[in-house]
Design a protein around this ligand. Structure first.
Ligand SMILES: *Cc1c(COP(=O)(O)O)cnc(C)c1O
Length: 233
């Protein structure tokens, strides 16, 4: 089933790129494997997938301990300050930076590990109470505030759009996230040159690609429905 699902997702990605006049190589598929067993990840690897997304630090740690092949692991979920120390040299990018305390801890731990951590700023485009992320109005000041951190590479912006049956209803949020990235780049903040937009999930990744996504995060569309009762905290 995973192979068939991946074929469908790949076809959809290629078609969305074509509609938008974009090259397929501009978009990276992150296979969101949270709650899913290592055997599912191995099946996706057999289909050529090398980029995975998880939303719990413990789950990334467990899975990377078991799967030692070189893969890119993305931390896409809300991150507690006290868990940051586990991520250098485990996750290649953190998609969910939305407060100064978290950024300071990433700076500290990345410095300790002697690396520069790629991060995205999470933006709550629809101002949903239930979601993490900065409101769009706060992003420029936040980027200016953390831009001096020498061990943080601010690669771009991430959003989780509202859950919807109609992907078109999220198009405006994706477009506005792209415009926000362009606006920040135009400010020429020292050390900041964003090239990444992480947006689009199973329900809306094609629209997100049409609006400029460089990472799409697809879970259900590849691995099927999730059973959260099996997820460790
Ligand atoms: C779970 C999750 C996804 C994948 O969601 P699907 O709808 O299953 O594709 C994408 N992004 C984040 C941040 C997630 O937590």
């Amino acid at each position: 089933m995973i192979r068939e699902n991946l074929e469908i997702v790949e076809k959809n990605i290629a078609a969305a790129c074509k509609r938008a006049g974009r090259d397929r190589s501009e978009v990276t598929l992150i296979a969101v494997s949270k709650t899913k067993p290592v055997s599912d990840i191995r099946q996706a690897m057999e289909c050529g997938i090398r980029v995975f997304g998880e939303n719990k630090v413990q789950e990334i740690r467990d899975k990377t301990a078991e799967i030692t092949e070189p893969l890119d692991w993305h931390m896409i979920g809300h991150l507690q300050v006290n868990k940051v120390k586990y991520l250098p040299n485990v996750a290649c990018m953190i998609h969910s930076v939305d407060n100064k305390k978290l950024a300071d801890e990433i700076e500290k731990q990345a410095s300790k590990a002697g690396i520069k951590m790629d991060v995205l700023i999470e933006v709550n485009m629809a101002h949903e109470d239930t979601k993490f992320g900065l409101s769009p109005e706060e992003v420029v000041d936040f980027v200016k505030e953390i831009s001096p951190c020498e061990h943080i590479n601010i690669r771009g912006l991430m959003t989780i759009a509202p859950y919807t049956e109609d992907p078109e209803s999220n198009r405006g949020y994706f477009r506005d996230l792209r415009l926000l990235k362009d606006k920040i780049n135009a400010l020429n903040i020292p050390g900041v040159n964003m090239d990444t937009l992480s947006m689009g999930m199973t329900g809306d990744y094609e629209v997100a690609i049409e609006e400029g996504a460089t990472f799409v995060r697809v879970g259900t569309g590849i691995f099927g429905e999730r059973d959260y009762s099996k997820q460790k905290l």
